[in-house]
Design a binder for this molecule. Structure first.
Ligand code: FMN
Length: 243
């Protein structure tokens, strides 16, 4: 059942040395394309990186050797308005994608597309892991992959035959996510400490990389400082000026 597949997801970061064929990747991308798309703009592209040298450079730029070098396929997902510019040019028209709304649409479109690719891959027995590390060096990676203005890399994904089986990470309880009619802040006084206990037990007892921590302190640490502060300037250079 689809719901069983969705609820058994766990990111995979170690793969067997078995490449996906171009046909395999095409099938996954085609499934991904059937995701809904805002106003049907289909504002995304994906680069399948098959060249070994490029993979090695990506691994270095994104500081993620293990996944970029061992995965059966490496995909770089991009928000893409360059193709829409071409479409408009067929009618001697120009488009404007300089507003915050345009970046939101591109980011949402590419995320929905990618998640469909992920589910399709997992349905065929592959493991996947998203890699946000490509935003460590988006300008260099754009040069490496020949991305034109109007195209911005958002994240990568490794896909392959799993060489590890990770436990499913407990999510926040449904009642923490689901509100009825209006947002209820008060419930977090109880729900967050309870979830911390769940995550503390999970982190202490999981099969590998055990640690003595909990979710809320991890989030506090993670979000204490701004991250990837170069993104605003990078996106502006690509034409996403967030007006
Ligand atoms: C956009 C995005 C970027 C991510 N980037 C990385 C990454 O750079 N490296 C990594 O190991 N995992 C990365 N992840 C995976 C998350 O850490 C993972 O999904 C989360 O911890 C939940 O674990 P699970 O996927 O095993 O359920 C990323 C996930 C998303 C959605």
């Amino acid at each position: 059942m689809v719901i069983d597949l969705l609820t058994s997801h766990a990111s995979v970061r170690k793969y067997k040395d078995i490449p996906l064929s171009k046909e395999d990747v095409q099938e996954l991308v085609s499934a991904g394309q059937h995701a809904a798309s805002s106003h049907f703009v289909q504002a995304y592209s994906v680069i399948h990186v098959t060249d070994q040298d490029k993979r090695e450079q990506l691994a270095k730029l994104a500081s993620n050797k293990s996944q970029f070098l061992s995965a059966g396929a490496v995909l770089v997902f991009c928000a893409d308005y360059a193709r829409l510019e071409k479409a408009a040019a067929l009618h001697n028209r120009k488009i404007d994608y300089s507003h915050a709304e345009n970046m939101l649409v591109g980011a949402i479109d590419v995320a929905l597309f990618a998640q469909n690719v992920a589910i399709a891959a997992e349905s065929k027995g592959y493991g996947i892991c998203y890699i946000g590390g490509i935003r460590n060096a988006p300008a260099e990676i754009s040069d490496l992959l020949g991305l034109p203005d109007g195209v911005a890399p958002m994240f990568a994904m490794s896909i392959g035959v799993p060489n590890e089986a990770n436990e499913v990470k407990p999510r926040l309880p449904v009642e923490a996510i689901l509100h009825e009619n209006s947002y209820d802040t008060a419930k977090y006084d109880d729900l967050l400490p309870a979830y911390d206990q769940t995550m503390h037990d999970y982190y202490l007892n999981r099969g590998s990389n055990q640690k003595d921590t909990a979710w809320s302190i991890q989030m506090a640490d993670f979000l204490a400082e701004p991250r990837r502060t170069h993104m605003k300037e990078f996106l502006a250079k690509r034409g996403f000026t967030f007006k």
